[in-house]
Design a binder for this molecule. Structure first.
Ligand SMILES: Cc1cc2nc3c(=O)[nH]c(=O)nc-3n(C[C@H](O)[C@H](O)[C@H](O)COP(=O)(O)O)c2cc1C
Length: 190
């Protein structure tokens, strides 16, 4: 699919058809998602793929997900891997100090990887969405359920499947409309 069209077709879909997603599609999407940029090429992001029905149900309950997508993807990020990377000789500061982190780069990196999932899914004729119910998400329980190592933090749950446009209820947030481009881009100076 043409890149611009892929970007415009991508939407957060909340209703999915029950049809299973072929494994090759999931693998293609995740191999694209692995091309995310990362600070110091730390590569601190990992995904857990869940298709087992009973496990999906348990995760949906943990996450208070209403949609029943055939595939759940759990993006995880390890802050520790980034700190370890920034202690390597080419990154460490004089006095053995790490850089002063301007922002938590690990969250930037996992966001980049998730965006690749969304775009690769759209390119495959699928939809992927992130629905974060703030306050309900229990990363500790999710980590235990999926055996995620302690230093990886699950940042949410992505639903993946064939979009069911007929049943999909778009987010009421969309009524806010898109901000004008002039408020988004400031040339030369804000
Ligand atoms: C970090 C994040 C959290 C979100 N949380 C929710 C959520 O809890 N429930 C929901 O329905 N949508 C959620 N969304 C989806 C946004 O509402 C959606 O991206 C936005 O309305 C723009 O719509 P679009 O992605 O279809 O272009 C979330 C999106 C992001 C990036």
């Amino acid at each position: 699919m043409d890149f611009t069209r892929t970007v415009l077709v991508r939407r957060m879909i909340r209703a999915f058809k029950p049809d299973p997603v072929p494994k090759e599609k999931v693998e293609r999407i995740l191999s694209i998602a692995q091309h995310y940029p990362s600070a110091g090429y730390s590569q601190e992001v990992a995904f857990v793929v869940v298709t087992d029905q009973a496990r999906r149900k348990r995760i949906r309950e943990l996450r208070d997900l209403r949609s029943d997508a055939p595939v759940l993807l759990i993006p995880c990020v390890s802050e520790r891997i980034v700190h370890d990377r920034y202690h390597e000789p080419d990154k460490i500061r004089s006095g053995g100090k790490e850089i002063d982190w301007p922002v938590p780069f690990w969250y930037f990196d996992v966001g980049c990887s998730c965006m690749l999932v969304f775009l690769a899914a759209a390119n495959e004729g699928l939809a992927a969405s992130f629905a974060g119910s703030v306050g309900i998400f229990k990363p500790g329980i999710l980590r235990k359920e999926l055996g995620i190592p302690e230093h990886y933090e699950p940042v949410g749950v992505l639903s993946l499947g064939y979009p069911d446009h007929a049943s999909n209820v778009p987010s009421p947030s969309l009524n806010r409309g898109r901000r004008p481009l002039k408020d988004f881009v400031h040339y030369e100076k804000w």
